[in-house]
Design a protein around this ligand. Structure first.
Ligand code: ADP
Ligand code: MG
Length: 329
């Protein structure tokens, strides 16, 4: 049983950044407006993710750690239309099987917070304002072979920051902070102003904060709809001075994905104007009827399958072509 859960954990938890991604997913699903990530030794010694979301009631804390326990979907139809980041109920179970995990949470209306030590099962009252903190210590402590595959602290930290960055680019309405060894490494404040008419403005500010002012200055807004597919975001202009291969972000219904259909479509749109010199840079947000995309094809949900990939390919390609062709302000 312990063995089976550790094997399953291998699919979800590859390195500290995988833990960070899953915990931030959970915080967002809980409706957090501020998420703070604290790391020690690149996350290997400690990953703590603190949120101000809905919290977990005392009685639910042990359930949250159980395998296939999710509060987010209840039937197969929900799986077709899932709107939350999580739905598999695997992450906390997997993470706690390969680390020393503790959950500290206080939902609204509960007199105090409760702390659950996953290893001992001990549950006791603790102090905390509304929200949840998940603490993950000594990742892979019981599987030294896996631990040996981890890179230097600096490299693992970079992957952890990238995991938060991917979330930050999708949620300008949420504040994010990353601390390492007690020092603030990154901080992205919520850029959404209530009542603001153009959500593109909030996104542009977040993109500037996360990817740099020059990314925004040297890119054009993308806004396009083809049938059921909506594509928004920003596409770097071909002569962008700082073209970075790693500045290619694609989201499907708010979820960061790596997808060949999308990257190919983007490449095709740039092909004529780039003359093969540089990697295009872009942040693209694809909104599509959830029934037209399967997000349950990969344990970490980083890959998706479109029901009609041609439809998505065309939408993305045209969206970028139109954006690049429009006269620049
Ligand atoms: P999933 O996200 O797929 O439901 P997880 O293993 O990631 O599965 O989490 C299990 C459950 O624990 C969630 O369904 C949710 O009910 C609860 N949970 C986890 N993290 C948080 C959090 N930060 N705030 C509130 N509830 C949480
Ligand atoms: Mg989850």
């Amino acid at each position: 049983d312990e063995l089976i859960s550790q094997i399953a954990a291998g699919e979800v938890v590859e390195r500290p950044a995988s833990v960070v991604r899953e915990l931030v997913d959970n915080a967002l699903d809980a409706g957090a407006t501020q998420i703070t990530v604290r790391l020690l030794a690149g996350g290997v010694r400690l990953i703590s993710v603190e949120d101000d979301g809905g919290g977990i009631p005392q009685a639910e804390l042990p359930v949250a750690l159980r395998r296939h326990a999710t509060s987010k979907i209840t039937n197969l139809h929900d799986l077709e239309t899932v709107a939350t980041m999580g739905f598999r109920g695997e992450a906390l179970a997997a993470i706690s099987s390969v680390s020393e995990t503790a959950l500290l949470s206080r939902p609204a209306g509960q007199d105090s917070a409760f702390l659950l030590d996953a290893r001992s099962g001990e549950l006791r009252p603790a102090a905390r304002s509304q929200g949840t903190t998940v603490e993950v210590k000594e990742l892979f402590f019981s599987t030294p072979a896996r631990r040996k595959f981890l890179k230097s602290d600096a490299t693992e930290l970079a992957h952890c920051v990238e995991a938060v960055r991917r979330h930050a680019l999708a949620r300008p309405d949420v504040g994010f902070a990353v601390w390492h060894e007690g020092k603030l490494v990154e901080q992205w404040r919520a850029t959404f102003t209530p009542g603001e008419s153009n959500p593109q403005d909030a996104l542009a500010r977040r993109l500037a904060d996360v990817l740099g002012e020059d990314f925004v200055e040297q890119s054009v807004p993308v806004q396009h709809r083809v049938g059921p597919v909506i594509v928004t975001g920003r596409a770097g202009v071909p002569d962008a001075a700082r073209s970075r291969a790693d500045h290619q972000y694609c989201y499907v219904n708010g979820r960061f994905v790596r997808d060949k259909v999308l990257t190919h479509a983007a490449r095709s749109a740039y092909e004529d104007v780039l003359h093969g010199q540089k990697q295009p840079v872009y942040a693209l947000y694809i909104e599509i009827d959830p029934a037209r995309v399967d997000v349950n094809v990969h344990p970490t949900k980083i890959e998706v399958r479109f029901r009609d990939s041609r439809e998505v390919h065309q939408a993305v390609r045209h969206a970028i072509e139109n954006a690049l062709a429009a006269p620049r302000a």
